[in-house]
Design a protein. Structure first.
Length: 446
């Protein structure tokens, strides 16, 4: 017999599920036998398991319902999530068994998924992966399976599905029906998602020259037969690539978006950059540099076997026996352009990389991401942060009652009319300089 105090108000005969954290998991269902006071009830523990668990959560499913308002929640707001890379998917945001998540006013751009994870080729460690691989895998093939890059959700795990068995879930209000039984669908409001790239790994033919004993590994544009483009300058964002901004691993579901800006068109930002070459492409062999001018994906070399096995994506017992792992190199490894020399200080030359930052993810003038959303009509379950990433007010003080998409709110633009009433003196000799005094209103900066 156990007595529980909580915010629930069950009645005698209701069914209650109690879950906690133990090595084996803790999940019992009992029947309420007494309600001595509001918020307190008693039920029989059929397995006497409470001693084995800590931090238990009580869900009243009367009758057999789990109420979403009692779930743990996560809010992701006012973040600039850019220029990350992932070997699997979701280089920007990845969701797993996260049914009550609100993603509001974030900028998610230029994140890359490489699909280089062994899970995607059913490697030996796949069963022990922290999340299921989904259906987009290619066991024993010559290419991996490209993945979504910006925001990736997944189907609910077997652990969560088993824990929810027999319950009728009441999902958060942004879900369609009871789809929270199937996958993590966040409240995705007023976010800016831009040009998140998707690649996959492919095994080609043998190399030439001294590389003629080993097959070449190539990074391809996702789902295409064209190789990922090389860069001719640091941070260059090349055209002709595959964008995959949002997706659900394994497919079958779609992340819902509200008042968000998901685009691969003209950049809405002041300046951006893309991942790629670790060595600045501007640095030539004559300068003492070398290596790939883009992502590098050389195969791993096994030291225990001679000669080295030919590289493949076919799983083996261990990577050091199969010669089937990939060493990814990427850059830039600097927040500013390493090919630009900063200003000199006295007689001391400026530092290389001393220029402006590579990326400025504020909104450029004229983009339609500015003032895109009205502050009226926002769903009740959404709280728009009152300041932006930099602490500036949202909305800005221009009084139009609209806010920008993404993490950065542009400042108010005011128009000031200057009025000149007099100039003194107002005469002088030709080809001479005459100091004058201007009198009027709003002349500062005019």
């Amino acid at each position: 017999m156990i007595t529980i105090t909580s915010s629930l108000t069950p009645t005698i005969g209701d069914s209650v599920t109690i879950t906690g954290v133990t090595p084996a998991g803790y999940n019992i269902t009992c029947t309420v036998t007494d309600v001595p006071a509001a918020g307190t009830f008693t039920c029989n523990d059929p397995n006497n398991q409470l001693a084995a668990g800590t931090g238990g959560t009580v869900l009243d499913h009367a009758p057999n319902q789990a109420v979403a308002v009692l779930w743990n929640s996560v809010n992701i707001t006012n973040n600039i999530i850019v220029n990350n890379e992932a070997g699997w998917d979701g280089a920007g945001i990845s969701l797993q068994d996260a049914l009550n998540v609100k993603i509001v006013n974030n900028t998610i751009a230029h994140n890359d998924s490489l699909a280089s994870s062994g899970v995607l080729t059913q490697g030996i460690g796949t069963p022990n992966a922290s999340a299921p691989a989904g259906s987009c895998v290619n066991p024993g093939g010559t290419t991996s399976c490209n993945q979504s890059a910006g925001v990736t959700s997944t189907r609910n795990s077997a652990v969560l599905t088993t824990a929810d068995a027999g319950l009728t879930l009441i999902c958060p209000p942004w879900y369609t029906g009871t789809t929270c039984e199937n996958f993590s669908n966040p409240a995705f409001f007023n976010n800016l998602v831009y040009q998140n790239r998707s690649f996959d790994i492919g095994v080609g033919g043998f190399g030439t020259g001294t590389l003629n004993q080993q097959k070449l590994v190539t990074l391809f544009n996702g789902g295409a037969s064209t190789a990922a483009p090389a860069q001719t300058s640091t941070g260059q964002c090349s055209t002709g690539v595959t964008y995959s901004d949002m997706g659900v691993r394994g497919g079958g579901f779609t992340i819902s978006t509200q008042n968000s800006f998901v685009t691969d068109g003209p950049s809405p930002f002041i300046s951006t950059y893309c991942n790629g070459s670790r060595v600045p492409p501007e640095c030539t062999v004559a300068d003492g540099c070398g290596g790939p001018t883009g992502y590098g994906v050389p195969p791993g070399i096994v030291d225990a076997s001679t000669p080295n096995p030919v590289f493949s994506l076919t799983p083996s017992a261990t990577v050091d026996e199969g010669n089937n792992w990939i060493n990814v190199s990427w850059g830039p490894l600097s927040m500013s352009d390493p090919s630009i020399q900063g200003p000199a200080v006295g007689t001391t030359p400026g530092n290389w990389g001393g220029g402006l930052p590579l990326g400025n993810y504020g909104l450029r003038a004229g983009t339609n991401a500015i003032d895109r959303v009205s502050v009226t009509g926002i769903p009740a379950y959404i709280t728009v942060p009152g300041t932006d990433f930099f602490g500036n007010p949202r909305p800005n003080p221009d009084g139009d009652g609209r806010i920008d998409v993404g993490a950065v709110e542009t400042g108010a633009v005011t128009t000031v009319t200057a009025t000149l009433t007099s100039i003194s003196p107002n005469t002088g000799f030709r080809n001479s300089s005459v100091p004058v005094t201007l009198t009027g209103t709003n002349l500062t900066g005019a």
